[in-house]
Every structure is written in C-alpha cells, then in structure tokens.
Design a protein around this ligand. Structure first.
Ligand SMILES: [Mn+2]
Length: 301
C-alpha cells in the first residue's frame, strides 16, 4: 500500500502560533524513512497551501478566520479524496485540528466512514457555544453537520456529513457546557478519561471500534496530540493535565490497526515552539507507525 503524506501548515483555527510548523517537525522526525522501513511505499505530496493569519481578516469573532479556512478545507478535502480514491492511505500532518474539517470529509467522499477522534477536547462547539471563536474547537461538530453551513457544505452539499452515531471520542477531559449539550444531541460516543481509568483502554477502544465500524466502508483516525498527558507531549497549544499515557495511545492505535479498516489518519496540533527537543513530533511518528501495523514482538511469532 502507498502512504500519501499531506502536510497542512495551518494555525488559523487556533489561538497559538507555531502549530503551522508541525508538518516540518513531524517530517524532521524521520516519518518517511520509518514508514518505508515498515514496508510501505511513501509519497510525500508536500503541503497544502494555507494563508498566514496576517493575510486573513477576522470577520466573525465567533468563527475566526472562516473566510480563509473554507478554501483551505476544500483543498485538503480534495487531496484526501484523491488519495483514498487511488486506494492509498492519506496521512495528514498538522497544523491545528481545523484541518480535519477537510481531511475527514474528503475521506467520506463516495463512502460511509466511522471516525475515531483521540483528543483531550471533543471539538464539538458551534458558533453559539464556543468560548473562544477558534474553529479548531468546532471541527467534529461541523463534520457531523452541526454549525456554520459554509464549513458543513464545503464545496458540494452532496458530500455526506459523518453520521454522529459513527463517531467515538477517546481521552476527553475538557468539555465546555454548551459543547456537552451538542454532543448529547448528536449522540456521539464519548470515552472520557474517567471511563478509560475505570475500564481500561482495551474496553474503551473496543467499544469505540464496535460503534464506528458497523456498516461503514472504513474508519478514519484523527489523533490530536493534546490527548496525551502534557508530560509526554508538551508541544501542543491547549495542554490539559491528566491525559493518556504513551502506552494507552499506542494500544489504541494498535487495536485500530488490527481492524484492517483504517483508511486514513490525521496527526494534529504539534507545536514545535512549545515543545522540547521535538519530542511531541517524534511521538506522533511513533503513533502513526502503530496505527499502520507495527507490532511489538510478542515472543512467539
Ligand atoms: Mn482537537
């Protein structure tokens, strides 16, 4: 199988600068070589063109930079749709989590997909509920069809939105009040940190996989590095304490790989300015390898 690396140097959806350098930081951690060592053919498609904040205006304080995010989302969706259509595997490097508005919808072109969203935040705000106006906190709601029609429709209202009952959020621990109401209305599955502590990652990810993989053509994984505990992944714009361990995150990726249904993946919110020794980007590469089938030798085979 061929893996298509697609960089999205976007920070327009977030409050913090530096996340636009995430794709470079992840590439710097030998992403391509490591994937090739697993036996994949790798094609780096370069970066999607993204305007910088200085070129864009905030016309709506509740939907910051929407005028620039709409065309970027269309470009991302096109690139990801082309990759999936060619039976390749798009690996999308961010960049803030607003990029998933395009990547996930692109993967959903002409097919039904389930989505696993590993994140400290559900990203399920709308213009009515957002405390910040930052669009990276609205991506998943938009994917499920809730929110500003410019970002729900993208370029073609015939592209289906994601069935919210085929969405599972893993690792949530920072949920806004109105966001919670949106989630309940939509019916998405939320496996927060408390449930992961109580029942373990195995049970949490099994439940998520069961929920999102029924009657779909594939699963898309969107991994926000802020899902990790900040001691492991300090290079993120919105760190939240008491998060996932490295092994819990690997296990989630390994179990998703075992389904053989994964059709694409995002690695988002890597901010090298806030990082130390590029460790968050290096960790992101390790999770991509786990999601793409790397196994730790079990002592038998
Ligand atoms: Mn996120």
């Amino acid at each position: 199988m061929q893996i298509d690396i697609i960089g999205v140097p976007i920070d327009l959806g977030a409050d913090r600068r530096g996340v636009d350098m995430g794709p470079s930081a992840i590439r710097y951690s030998h992403l391509q070589n490591r994937l090739e060592a697993l036996g994949y053919t790798v094609q780096d498609e370069g970066n999607i063109e993204v305007a910088i904040a200085e070129m864009c205006k905030i016309t709506d304080a509740k939907m910051k930079y929407i005028d620039c995010i709409v065309p970027v989302s269309r470009r991302i969706a096109g690139a990801v749709a082309t990759s999936v259509q060619a039976k390749n595997f798009p690996l999308v490097l961010g960049g803030d989590h607003s990029l998933s508005i395009g990547s996930v919808r692109g993967a959903a072109r002409n097919r039904k997909i389930g989505v696993i969203w590993i994140d400290a935040h559900p990203d399920f705000n709308t213009a009515e509920t957002t405390p910040s106006g930052n669009i990276h906190g609205m991506s998943l709601a938009l994917l499920a069809g809730m929110g500003d029609p410019r970002l729900v429709q993208l370029w073609d209202e015939n592209i289906p939105v994601i069935d919210p009952t085929k969405i599972a959020i893993i690792g949530a621990r920072d949920v806004d009040g109105g966001e919670k109401a949106n989630l309940q209305k939509a019916g998405a599955l939320v496996m927060g940190m408390e449930q992961i502590d109580r029942y373990g990652m195995v049970a949490a990810i099994e439940k998520a996989i069961e929920r999102v993989s029924r009657d779909v053509d594939g699963i898309y994984l969107s991994l926000d590095m802020d899902a990790l505990d900040p001691q492991h992944a300090p290079g993120v714009g919105t760190p939240v304490p008491a998060g996932l361990t490295q092994r819990e995150t690997h296990l989630a990726c390994e179990m998703i790989a075992e389904t053989n249904k994964l059709i694409g993946m995002d690695l988002v919110e890597v901010n090298p300015i806030l990082d130390g020794q590029n460790k968050t980007a290096a960790l992101a590469v390790e999770f991509a390898l786990s999601a793409l089938g790397r196994r730790i030798w079990n002592g038998q085979s």
